[in-house]
Design a binder for this molecule. Structure first.
Ligand SMILES: NC(=O)c1ccc[n+]([C@@H]2O[C@H](COP(=O)([O-])OP(=O)(O)OC[C@H]3O[C@@H](n4cnc5c(N)ncnc54)[C@H](OP(=O)(O)O)[C@@H]3O)[C@@H](O)[C@H]2O)c1
Length: 216
């Protein structure tokens, strides 16, 4: 079982933390306001959870999850994330994040930009197309006929392997989407993003239907 650094303790970070604790991992959580502001959440999560700064969470994690909307100025602890697998859950949303022509024109995805921001890390896009609370309720045992599949996109097979293991423990199959430039197929507005409940076959079909439509 792993120690997982989680940067971002909002909707996604706190639900992934719960799922990780339920499957035997330890988590170290960080937000932007400082560890003291996470006391209530840590009390709720229990003894295998702790609060830290983002640098400390990055250093502590065998791998690290970033559950933070992406900023134009890189606000992640780049050096502390070097050489680590970094699972990034962010979805660029024009209504929230403002105009970002390079993403809106499909020249690059938000995760290719994150990979550029973290050049020494192995970035993998995951958990971006499931509403966070469903991570806890939609999982099924391996082999169940109605088990759902989630995508993982990266240039690094070892980063996809980390996500595959985590998805499996949380009750989901994995569909690998390589290279990372293919991750546009599961960005907001695409069929594979809009329809959340997918078998692996249905997810594959919807990924093939992706078209460069305007990003929401
Ligand atoms: N909500 C969902 O169901 C869902 C599903 C899939 C993907 N996503 C995507 O995942 C990302 C996170 O979404 P969310 O709903 O979890 O957002 P959220 O509830 O607003 O939480 C964001 C978290 O990021 C922290 N944060 C912001 N800047 C930070 C920094 N520089 N260092 C450390 N922590 C920082 C915030 O800390 P403070 O509160 O202290 O500022 C907060 O804990 C977004 O891009 C979203 O589109 C969301």
């Amino acid at each position: 079982m792993s120690k997982i650094g989680i940067i971002g303790a909002g909707e996604v970070g706190s639900h992934i933390a719960q799922a990780a604790l339920l499957t035997g991992h330890r988590v170290v959580l960080a937000n932007s306001r400082g560890p003291e502001t996470l006391k209530d959440l840590i009390d709720e999560l229990g003894p295998n959870a702790s609060a830290a700064t983002a640098v400390e969470a990055a250093q502590a994690g065998d791998f690290v999850i970033i559950a933070v909307p992406m900023k134009r100025e890189n606000d992640m602890p780049t050096e502390s994330l070097a050489d680590k697998v970094v699972i990034d859950t962010n979805n660029y949303m024009a209504w929230r994040d403002g105009p970002w022509p390079i993403i809106q024109s499909f020249e690059k995805t938000e995760h290719e930009i994150r990979q550029e921001q973290l050049p020494k890390s192995k970035v993998v896009k995951a958990f971006t197309h499931i509403q966070a609370p469903r991570i806890l309720t939609w999982g099924k045992p391996a082999g169940a006929p109605d088990r759902l599949a989630l995508a993982a996109s990266s240039d690094f097979p070892e980063a996809i392997a980390v996500v595959r293991a985590l998805y499996d423990q949380f009750g989901f199959d994995t569909l690998a989407l390589r290279p990372l430039s293919e991750s546009w197929r599961i960005t907001p507005g695409q069929p594979a993003w809009k329809q959340e409940r997918h078998s692996a076959a249905a997810l594959r079909e919807n990924l093939a239907k992706a078209r460069p439509v305007p990003r929401p």
